[in-house]
Design a protein around this ligand. Structure first.
Ligand code: ATP
Length: 239
């Protein structure tokens, strides 16, 4: 795998009196897909948002491609990271094309057109919907648009928050198989998931987060681990 692309060391996120992230350390390498799993309120989204500069980094260090990562979101994006947020957050009144253009706002017009073509090649359904307002797309199409918009900025690392949320398993499988294609170009992926099965099926490594901390990491992706994790940290059986 080589040197990690992303190196998060002892990250803390505090909102007012709430310590949402407490000393989280993790790495993601190029061409690696890593999951951060855990129950509601564990601090998973806060970790992704803090990496992007969207939540306060109140402690710790983040290095990306061997250098300290800036804290202003625009500089983070220019540096090669991008976020597909929880709940997709597409701009409902804007067309698919305009949503994609916004994702490429840091690029020159020529590069933006090139990246839009690449994103539409990966997610062909969006080409058919290019002039439609994003709000009329199905949930699965909106998830594809959220990821396509995120990769418009030519990232080296994609942060993907709950891609399976509200989608049928077949749609999740389809979308994540498309994301897997991006690895061929060297992309790393850090994915937040509440669906442990999805994380195990699509990711090379899994970190388990509870109460703001990473409590386990580096699993063999086999069914025994899955059952054990679900019992231990989610309080239900995996069946
Ligand atoms: P979920 O899957 O429910 O989104 P999560 O693991 O992603 O859970 P976070 O959304 O990071 O968890 O939330 C962690 C804690 O931080 C929770 O207690 C949450 O209420 C709190 N929190 C998150 N965002 C904010 C905010 N902007 N202001 C104050 N508290 C927040």
């Amino acid at each position: 795998m080589g040197e990690p692309l992303l190196n998060v060391d002892d990250l803390e996120v505090v909102y007012g009196g709430i310590r949402a992230v407490r000393g989280v350390s993790l790495t993601v390498s190029a061409r690696e897909t890593v999951a951060l799993i855990g129950p509601n309120g564990a601090g998973k989204s806060s970790t992704l948002r803090a990496i992007m500069g969207l939540a306060p980094r109140t402690g710790g260090q983040i290095r990306f491609a061997g250098k300290p990562l800036p804290s202003a979101p625009e500089d983070v994006v220019k540096g090669g990271l991008t976020l597909s947020p929880e709940g997709r957050r597409v701009f409902a009144d804007l067309s698919v094309a305009d949503n994609l253009k916004l994702g490429g706002a840091t690029l020159s017009p020529g590069d933006r057109a090139h990246e839009m073509d690449r994103a539409l090649d990966l997610f062909p359904i969006l080409r058919d919907r290019i002039a439609s307002p994003a709000g009329v797309l199905s949930g699965g199409e909106q998830q594809q648009l959220a990821i396509a918009r995120a990769i418009m900025s030519r990232p080296r690392l994609l942060l993907l928050d709950e891609p399976s949320l509200g989608l049928a398993p077949q749609m999740t499988a389809f979308i994540l198989s498309l994301v897997a294609k991006l690895r061929e170009s060297g992309l790393g992926v850090l994915m937040v998931e509440q669906n442990v099965r999805v994380a195990f099926e699509y990711c090379d490594r899994v970190y388990v987060m509870v109460g703001g901390r990473i409590v386990r990491q580096d699993f063999e992706n086999d069914a025994r681990d899955l059952d054990e994790i679900v019992r231990a940290y989610f309080g239900v059986t995996a069946a």
